[in-house]
Design a protein around this ligand. Structure first.
Ligand code: AN7
Length: 380
């Protein structure tokens, strides 16, 4: 990078591929440009030959991939003259909405399930000055309510049903292809509303359209926003694999789930908003959906933290839990390149992390011999 070039966020970087004008006032916190980390220790211990990367979206400004969509949604809301935004959330969308609203100088209303969002996310929504409405219900109840409210009240809905959200989120696929020089063979994501898996497919599809041959059927995945609207694609794209938590796995059940439950509260969602389109992603990409138990999810979270130094939140680890299982059972063949999205940072949910850590702090007297003994006893 040349000296004096400041990274100013993904809209600025990809403005030719996003629905903005030259004079659009961009609301950004420098989101995007997250690291694609190649895992070393976990693959070595597995003894299989494959390239496994994690795209660490927890390093976005508010600690999750939601910032990619929120910079677009809030930029467009402001452009359209909106003075307030609203969302339902399992926590990360509300954190992002609160931060970008603060940046824009507008009001954010966030509707969250009472007692079911991680502490860090609640702290963010409160600290950024959003109006936090806790409902005695789950995310799906909140979603139903905000959709109705947004019909009558002067507020812009910024959940992923807002098409600008997915436009922002598709840029993660651009970054991956730029770094690898090609699309990976498999891309694994945790799935809640299935917005992010859809957004990635839009991104990969747009890139493939640039390099591949256009086919005649319409592109399902641009919703009229991409430059390639009206032309499908045949260029190289990954197989998209979506993993859900077993207690919240409508894509596995083939039907909505009314009482979703999982330790991975971010994906405690039973009525996905991108239901139809996500089935199309699976079909077009030749991918699949699968589920992981809470135990598998937490084990993967811990494995990443202990073996690779990467601390993601439980929901994010679902992608790695599922991918490792499918690498072991050969569904993902040896020699493949695999990208797993780590959607949010581990600091979001300190309670769950502390509860499942292998090591608890050792309490000793504040004296040299006590500290020395603690070191001796715990060497190696
Ligand atoms: C860490 O914040 O839906 O399949 O309200 O926070 O695009 O829904 C969060 C979702 C994965 C699932 N990982 O993404 C919300 C919300 C994390 C998340 C997902 C979420 P989608």
């Amino acid at each position: 990078m040349a000296f004096g070039h400041r990274y100013t966020g993904l809209i600025d970087r990809y403005r030719d591929r996003l629905p903005v004008h030259d004079d659009t006032r961009i609301i950004s916190l420098g989101e995007g440009n997250t690291p694609l980390i190649r895992l070393n220790n976990i693959p070595r211990e597995l003894g299989r030959d494959f390239e496994l990367y994690v795209k660490f979206e927890g390093l976005n400004p508010t600690g999750s991939f939601k910032d990619r969509g929120m910079t677009m949604a809030v930029t467009k809301a402001v452009e359209e003259g909106s003075k307030a935004i609203i969302c339902a959330s399992t926590g990360n969308t509300s954190a992002a909405a609160a931060a970008y609203a603060a940046r824009a100088g507008i009001t954010a209303f966030v509707v969250i399930p009472d007692g079911k969002i991680a502490m860090g996310k609640l702290a963010q929504a409160m600290m950024h000055g959003s109006v936090v409405i806790q409902i005695e219900g789950n995310f799906d109840d909140g979603m139903r309510l905000v959709k109705e409210v947004a019909n009558s009240a002067p507020v812009t809905l910024v959940n992923s049903v807002n098409p600008f959200r997915l436009q922002g989120q598709k840029t993660a696929a651009f970054e991956i292809v730029e770094e690898l020089g090609r699309a990976p063979d498999f891309h694994c994501l945790p799935v809640g509303n299935a917005g992010n898996i859809t957004a990635h497919w839009i991104g990969y599809s747009e890139l493939a359209a640039q390099t591949g041959e256009h086919v005649t059927e319409a592109c399902t995945f641009c919703r009229g926003h991409c430059r390639f609207a009206g032309g499908g694609v045949t260029g190289q794209r990954p197989r998209m694999v979506g993993y859900q938590a077993s207690g919240s796995a409508p894509f596995l059940r083939g039907a909505m789930v009314d009482d979703p439950e999982t330790v991975a509260t971010a994906i405690r969602i039973g009525h996905p908003q991108s239901w139809d389109v996500a089935w199309k992603v699976r079909e077009e990409s030749g991918g699949w959906f699968d589920e992981c138990t809470d135990e598998e999810i937490l084990a993967a979270q811990k494995l990443l933290a202990e073996k690779e130094g990467v601390f993601c939140e439980p929901a994010s680890a679902t992608s790695v839990a599922g991918a490792l299982r499918d690498i072991r059972n050969g569904k993902i063949p040896e020699g493949s390149s695999v990208v797993c999205t780590l959607t949010g940072h581990g600091l979001k949910d300190p309670d769950t992390a502390i509860a499942q850590s292998s090591r608890t702090p050792i309490k000793v007297r504040a004296e040299l011999d006590a500290v020395t003994r603690a070191i001796h006893d715990n060497m190696g």
